[in-house]
Design a protein around this ligand. Structure first.
Ligand SMILES: Nc1ncnc2c1ncn2[C@@H]1O[C@H](COP(=O)(O)OP(=O)(O)O)[C@@H](O)[C@H]1O
Ligand SMILES: [Mg+2]
Length: 375
């Protein structure tokens, strides 16, 4: 509570024109040990002052949340996990490092393709540090009113200094794009300059996390201000297996070959695996089943990967052809007929039309299958 009164005092001093005093209090607050952060209500959503808003839209420009370790678990390759832990250590021991003259600003840039877990990692960092997460909504921040963006930015940075927190600039390439973009160049330059000024005025101890899908678009001056750069890769086979296991959980289909599933999902991000797993879970729950069905899961995965590859599958025939070509051993004629509720003959004709009769002969060779026509 003491910390929140201190924050209010800083507000009051500022409104009385005592900017210097207010700033000193806020700097001290930002340095307050983690224990104070939790004691003052990091776990109870106690906020200081008013949330910053955009004058134009009246929307809040930041989101306040309190992620927990349970809800923000993120699976990453060892080397990257270690790098993140190194960052956490530097934050936790910032004061000692500073006394030794070896401190770095508590800033990390997380970059990588969409869906690889950048936002989730920012949540994990906050949870791990037991600090609230202030996520900057860069879409709202970039105001339609010329000149407002820099003001919005200053409000956000001022606000973040009122309480111990992790300030998270999500997808911040919108703000920090290299000078000389298609958009109004003058405005963009002003935003980049404002961002640099705000970052430079931020105490080194304030934890700043930024994420971007386009690292190459960042202004080099901004890039340099982050001592930690953490790449988020598209998951490899081992990581994909871990993600499937975690996300399907007890809904995993019977007799699922995890290694095969991992290899079939080549190119999938964590977001894709989560999306497909949730879909398969939903189907199971709606069908009153305790586990997902393997073919339902594989079909969803196949169609999602097709979409990601830019395949436009608009008809049932196209879907069937794609699935068959993608994972023939699972999508037999019979399986496809059952999945799409079609006569077996129709599926056979469709696929034999394209690929000659090789698959058809194999299928017909299985005794007893030819005559039965699933409805
Ligand atoms: N490596 C990962 N480990 C755990 N979950 C992940 C991973 N990558 C993605 N996800 C899940 O996918 C969803 C989207 O991830 P997100 O962090 O929003 O991706 P990004 O910010 O990189 O676009 C989240 O719900 C997250 O839990
Ligand atoms: Mg994100």
């Amino acid at each position: 509570m003491a910390t929140s009164y201190a924050g209010l005092l800083a507000d009051k001093l500022e409104s009385d024109g005592e900017k210097q005093q207010a700033r000193m209090i806020r700097e001290r607050l930002a340095r307050a040990p983690m224990a104070v952060a939790s004691a003052q209500g990091a776990g109870h959503g106690h906020m200081l002052g008013q949330m910053p808003t955009d004058n134009d839209s009246r929307l809040n420009t930041v989101d306040y949340s309190q992620p927990t370790l349970e809800t923000s678990e993120v699976l990453l390759p060892d080397a990257i996990q270690n790098r993140l832990l190194e960052f956490i250590q530097c934050v936790e021991h910032h004061d000692a490092l500073q006394r030794a003259g070896a401190a770095m600003p508590n800033r990390v840039l997380i970059y990588g393709p969409p869906g690889t877990g950048k936002t989730q990692t920012a949540r994990w960092i906050a949870a791990r540090l037991k600090l609230p997460l202030l996520t900057v909504r860069c879409d709202t921040l970039v105001s339609s009113l010329l000149g407002q963006t820099s003001r919005n930015l200053r409000r956000v940075f001022d606000y973040a200094q009122q309480l111990p927190c992790v300030l998270f600039l999500d997808e911040f390439d919108a703000l920090a794009g290299a000078r000389g973009n298609e958009r109004d160049i003058g405005e963009l330059q002003r935003v980049v300059i404002a961002l640099l000024q705000n970052m430079d005025a931020l105490p080194d101890s304030t934890v700043l996390v930024a994420s971007t899908n386009h690292e190459q678009l960042l202004d080099p001056a901004i890039d340099r201000r982050f001592p930690f750069h953490i790449p988020m890769p598209i998951p490899d086979t081992a990581l994909r297996e871990g993600l499937w296991r975690k996300l399907l959980g007890s809904y995993a289909p019977d007799e699922l070959d995890w290694k095969e599933l991992a290899s079939l999902s080549e190119g999938a991000t964590g977001a894709t695996i989560e999306h497909v797993s949730l879909d398969a879970k939903r189907s199971a729950v709606l069908a009153g089943q305790a586990r997902a069905q393997k073919l339902v899961l594989l079909r969803r995965l196949g169609l999602t990967l097709a979409l990601a590859k830019g395949e436009r599958l608009t008809t049932t025939e196209q879907e069937i052809r794609w699935l068959r070509a993608w994972a023939q051993s699972h999508f037999t004629f019979r399986a496809l007929a059952a999945l799409y509720d079609l006569p077996l003959r129709q599926v056979q004709n469709l696929l034999n039309e394209d690929k000659g009769s090789r698959d058809g002969i194999q299928e017909k060779a299985e005794p007893g299958k030819k005559k039965r026509q699933p409805k």
